[in-house]
Each structure stands twice: as C-alpha cells, then as structure tokens.
Design a binder for this molecule. Structure first.
Ligand SMILES: *Cc1c(COP(=O)(O)O)cnc(C)c1O
Length: 488
C-alpha cells in the first residue's frame, strides 16, 4: 500500500489559504531558517480522508474482532465509560487548581472520584487502603516492592531476597530487581500447575523480604493452598504480594486481603475494562493492609468531617511520589464508571463468564492441541503446539495462520515453562458464536499442520507485510522512508 507521499500530485490542494499579510521576519537566526521549500505532500481533502480511513481499517482491535491475547485481558470496553471520562468537568480540570474554597467547586468532584474508587477497590480486594498513582501494572509492582523495602527497613530486618514462581509475568522479577532485591525462582508443580509448596518451604528463610504471587497464576490455575503459604510467610516476616493482573477471574469470589496478602496491585486497564494496548495508557493502583498504610505514596485524598475532600501530604513514613499528580486520572475515571455501572452482581458475573468462556475453549481444543493442564482452568487456558512441532509447525506458525483466519493470535511462548505455549484468554465479553468460530479456526489449523505444514510456514498471506524480524525491528530501528526518495 503506497504511503501518503507517493499519492502526492504537484499543485493538488485540500485547502487554499489566503496570501499571508504578515511580513517575513528577517531576524530569524540563519542557523534555524529553512533554505529549501517544505516538502509536504499535495492532496485533495478526499484523498486524505480515504488514505487515513483505509489505514484505520487495517487496524485490528477489540472493536473489530476477537482478541484472545492471554494475560492481557483484551476485553470490550463499554463506550459509556469513555463518554463519562470525556465530560468537560473532568477533562478541563488543571491538576494545580485549588482543592478548597473557590477552586474547590471545580475539583471536589474529581477528588471524590479518587477517594471513592480507592474505597471500591478496598472492598473488591479486601485491603485497607489504596493509592491510584501507579501508571501500569509493572509500576504498581515497583511501588509494591518499594513498600516492602520501607516496611522491612522500618522493622530493622535485613532481607535481600524476593521469591517468585517460574510461571510469573516477566515484570515481577524486573520490579523486584529494580527495587534492589535479588530474585529467587520457585518451581511450579508439573502435576498441579500451582507453586510447589515443599520447594517454597525449603527456599523461604530469614532473608526473604516478600513472595510475589499471581492467583490464578499465568497458567490459569488457582493456587488453593494459599492460606498455608501465607502462614509460612508470616512465620518469616515475609510480606505476601498479590499480582492482581488476573483479578477478572475471581471478582466477587476471592479477595486477596482475606487470604492474608499484605500488598496487591490491580490492572484497571485489564480487569476494569479500559482500553489498552500499544503501550498505554494503563493504571496499576496498589492496595495495602493497615500495617503498611503509612508507607503509601503521597499525596493521598482524605475525606473531612464536613464531607469535603482534600489532598494530604503529611505522611512522615511515605515512600514519596511515584508519579506526577494523581496517576492516570482518566483511566481511573473509566474504571470507576465501569465498577458502578456493573455493581456487585455484575462484577460477579464478569468472573463467572470469564472462567466459563476459557473452560469452553480448553475443553473444545484439548483434542486438537496438547493441554498440559486439561482438567479445567480459570479465566485463561494454556495449550501447547508440541505435537505439531514434531511436524515442524511451531506455536508461531499457528499464531500467524490465525491472522489469515481473521483473528488476533493468542499469547505465544509464555508462560515459559510450557513448551510451544499458546495462552488463550477469551474474556467474559465474547459470545458463544465468536468462541465457536475461533475454535473452528484453531481446529482447521491443526488439520493443516498434519496435511500441509509448509502452508503454515508462509502465513500470514492476508496482511500488507508478512513475517517481520521483531528482534531486529526493536534493536536496529530504522524509521526512515526511502520508497520514492522524497522523504527522509
Ligand atoms: C499484564 C501483567 C502484568 C503487567 O502489567 P502492565 O500493566 O502491562 O505493566 C503483570 N503481571 C501479569 C500476570 C500480567 O498479566
């Protein structure tokens, strides 16, 4: 497909501006003055509209089709939440407007949203206090690890290590390491798919500052002996950290706070239906139990006796700022609208449908693909292309073939403990017809892997570009266009 510069025709115009009646400045610093004409493309308004509409149609998103990217929770985001986040009363606010007196009329509503969303998240997760500042899940983890460090320092505990299971999301070890800890990896039981308790018991000691767990974990398995694990951690003054990226599996059914987790982060952009992908925006609020509340980042929103809200900076033991102002406020606003519009019963139905949909996919595909944990799953299931790999068809080939079938591929090669992993998260927002057509496509691809494997190596054939060298694209970035020699 030609780029817009290739469509340019000299003299063609969308808008004709009147002759400039402003005198040309002669004082412009010669160093910065242009010596040549600006080489812009010349197109009519219609050419431009068609060009960009065409491009937008090549975009794939939740609004166009099924997006089963495991761990990412690419679910449909209700448009009403967007409308609410777009209200002038919110978008026109400046973060430095006064909280009280005259300006307070403008900011009290936004402060109330922050305060009430914190309260709702406390109720949903069973924690005592929240901060909305972290800007993503990974940022929430880093904030959590800084809280661990503050707590252990406060108690004069010399602890250097964080324990993390081998199925964990890559951000877990990187957050722990960024906060200055060394990371030790705990194995997962091959039989149950949950953390190996005897191994954990032998690894935990006086040096352990915290244990980071995702529950259900990235295999889509719920770790059920969590109370035994919490008791073990307590005995070593090791804090329990809950990575809440998978909270959509347990909404209204399991609260990490009840299972003695000390710190949690939730991904508002995953569980609470706000658009994400392409690098943002996200929001990763962090919740803590009472014994850690005093370390939370400032500023914090408090509710006064007269029912007004104010920012409070007066926390001596706070870890300080982790983000400018109050986090990704618009994302928080969408999550707030989402939670209120669904209500307690709606949130319970989210987790019921997320789990039902994933089990339907697991059950329907476990003959065509190897299923390392075939008995059931939570909100996502992990399959493996290891039988297909014997014929030379790998997980990546299946992912690319799915593109030709009109679907976004699932997550592949993660979690890393499953060979040729295909990690599928259908989310609760999809209907049975969509799931069925995805299942049929997956079964068709498994059939092709047996009869004509070479065809799958060529996929995708339906896209403007085929297989790209992703590593080279990231490490050796070259964004210059040289197609017609016109632009660079
Ligand atoms: C997505 C995810 C994260 C990281 O969240 P970001 O918002 O992408 O930084 C951490 N843990 C798990 C299990 C995840 O799925």
């Amino acid at each position: 497909m030609p780029v817009i510069f290739e469509k340019s025709v000299p003299g063609r115009r969308g808008v004709r501006l009147p002759e400039s009646d402003v005198p040309v400045s002669t004082r412009t610093d010669a160093l910065y003055a242009r010596s040549t004409e600006l080489d812009l493309c010349e197109l009519s308004e219609l050419d431009v509209v068609r060009h960009f509409t065409d491009l937008s149609r090549k975009n794939y998103g939740v609004d166009t089709n099924f997006y089963p990217l495991g761990s990412c929770t690419m679910k449909y985001n209700p448009k009403v939440c967007e409308e609410i986040a777009r209200l002038d009363g919110f978008t026109l606010l400046h973060p430095l407007l006064p909280q009280l007196r005259r300006g307070g009329l403008l900011t009290q509503g936004a402060l109330a949203v922050v305060y009430e969303l914190e309260q709702l998240l406390c109720e949903i997760t069973g924690m005592d206090a929240f901060t909305l500042q972290p800007l993503a899940g990974a940022h929430g983890e880093l904030t959590g690890m800084m809280l661990v460090a503050a707590y252990q320092k406060h108690k004069n505990n010399k602890k250097s290590e964080i324990l993390i299971p081998d199925e964990a999301h890559g951000t877990n070890p990187s957050s722990a390491a960024t906060a200055g800890y060394s990371v030790r990896v705990v194995p997962t039981s091959r039989k149950t798919g949950a953390i190996d308790f005897p191994a954990l018991e032998s690894m935990m000691g006086e040096q352990t500052a915290a244990l980071m767990l995702t529950n259900p974990n990235t295999l889509g398995i719920f770790i059920s002996d969590i109370e035994k694990i919490s008791a073990l951690a307590r005995a070593h003054d090791c804090l329990m950290y809950y990575d809440g990226a998978n909270l959509n599996a347990v909404l209204g059914r399991f609260r990490p706070g009840d299972a003695l987790f000390d710190i949690v982060h939730v991904n508002l952009h995953k569980t609470f239906g706000t658009p994400h992908g392409g690098g943002g925006p996200g929001s990763g609020p962090v919740g803590v139990k009472q014994h850690l509340e005093k370390f939370l980042p400032i500023s914090r929103v408090i509710k006064r006796d007269d029912n007004t809200y104010a920012l409070n900076y007066d926390y001596r033991d706070s870890i300080g700022y982790v983000a400018p102002f109050y986090g990704n406020f618009a994302v928080c606003l969408k999550a707030y609208a989402y939670i209120l519009s669904l209500g307690a019963e709606g949130l319970r139905r989210v987790s019921a449908n997320a789990v039902l949909n994933a089990n339907y996919i697991l059950h329907s595909l476990k003959e065509a693909y190897h299923a390392p944990y075939p008995d059931g799953c939570m909100h996502e299931c992990v399959l493996s292309a290891k039988s297909q790999a014997k014929e030379g068809v790998r997980a990546v080939d299946i992912a690319k073939a799915l593109i030709d079938e009109g679907f976004h591929p699932p997550t592949i090669y993660f979690p890393i403990i499953v060979k040729e992993a295909l990690m599928i998260e259908p989310t609760e927002t999809e209907n049975k017809e969509t799931l069925d057509s995805f299942i049929e496509a997956m079964i068709r691809i498994a059939g092709k892997a047996e009869t004509c494997p070479e065809k799958l190596h060529a996929a995708p054939l339906s896209t403007p570009v085929g297989r790209l060298n992703e590593t080279k694209a990231a490490r050796d970035m070259d964004l210059c266009y040289r197609g017609s020699g016109k632009v660079c």
